[in-house]
Write a protein that binds this ligand. Sequence first.
Ligand code: ASP
Length: 323
Amino acid sequence: MQSPIEISLPQVIVLGTGGTIAGVATLHPAQAGYRAGVLDIADLVAAAPGIEQLAALRAEQIASIDSKDMDAAIWMQLASRIREGLQQDGVAGCVVTHGSDTLEETAYFLHCVLPAGKPVVLTAAMRPATALSADGPRNLYDAVQVAASPQAHGLGVVCVLHGRIHSACDVSKSQPTAVDAFSSGERGPLGFVGPQGVQITRQLPLLALGQSPRAPWLPPRASWPRVELVHSHAGADGAVVRALMLAPQSDDPSQKLAGLVVLGTGSGTVHERLQAALDEAEAGGVRVAYASRVGAVSGGDFDGLNAVKIRIRLMLELAAAAA
Ligand code: ASP
C-alpha cells in the first residue's frame, strides 16, 4: 500500500488592524451600535470556512482601530512586521485586514517601503462581521489565496476586494457604502480571484514597483514631515495656506509645515488667489505638489496617483531628503 503524499501548505502571515471587517453592528440593516475593529483577527480567520486548506496561517493583531484613525506609528509597525515575516524562508506571503476608509493609503505606503517580492495583500469589508451576507470572510479567503499564490509574486502591494486584485498604486475607495466600493479607474484591476483561483491579467510598469530609479526604502522614523492637503474651489483665496504658514511652530521638526498637496480642479488647475498663496509658501521653503480633486493625475512625477498617495510620496521624499 502506498503511503499518503504529504503536501505542506504555504505559510501566510495574517495581520489584523481593525476596520469594518472586524466590526460589529447590534441591529440590522440599520447600523445602530456599529463599531469598527472589535473582533480579533483569530475570529475573522475562524469565520472563513475552508481558509485553513489554503495555507498555514499565523494570525497576529497589530491594532484594533477604525481606519479613519490610521497613523504613521501603525504604518511603521506594519512595515517592520511584514518585512521581518517575509524574510523567513517558509513564509509565502502576508495579508493585512484593514478598514476600507484609508486602505489605499496604508497599501500605498507599504508599497513604497517594502520590496516588491513576496505578495503583500490588504483586504477589507464594507459590511460588519455580524451583518447578514458579511463580505469579510470571502474577501479574507480571497486575500489568502492571493498571498499564497506564486502568480502574485513581484506585483508590489495589492488590495483584494470583491473578487478583484488591485495595485496599491491605482486603487481607491470610490463608493461610500456599496459592497463593490473599490476601483482602479481606467487602468483596471491587475487580475481576479475566486473559485477559479488567481488570474493576473495586467502587470504594473517596472517604475511603479520601485525597482528603478527609487529603491524600496524603509525610513527609520515614527514621525513624518508634515504634509497637508488643500483644495482649490470656487472662491479659494489661499487663507488656509497662509494660516498653515503662520501656525505656531513647535520644536518638533515633524510639526513644521514641510509640504502641501493641492487638490486642483479638473486636470489640476488652481484658483489664482490660492495659487498666489501657494507661490508664497513655496518661496518660504514649503514643497508644493499638484493633484486633482477629480482623481489620479496623468503624467509628471506623480503619474497615476491620487492626492492622498501623492501626500505619502511627498512625505517619503521629504524624509529621505532630510535624512
Ligand atoms: N470606518 C471603517 C474603517 O475604515 C470603514 C470600513 O472598514 O469599511 O475602519
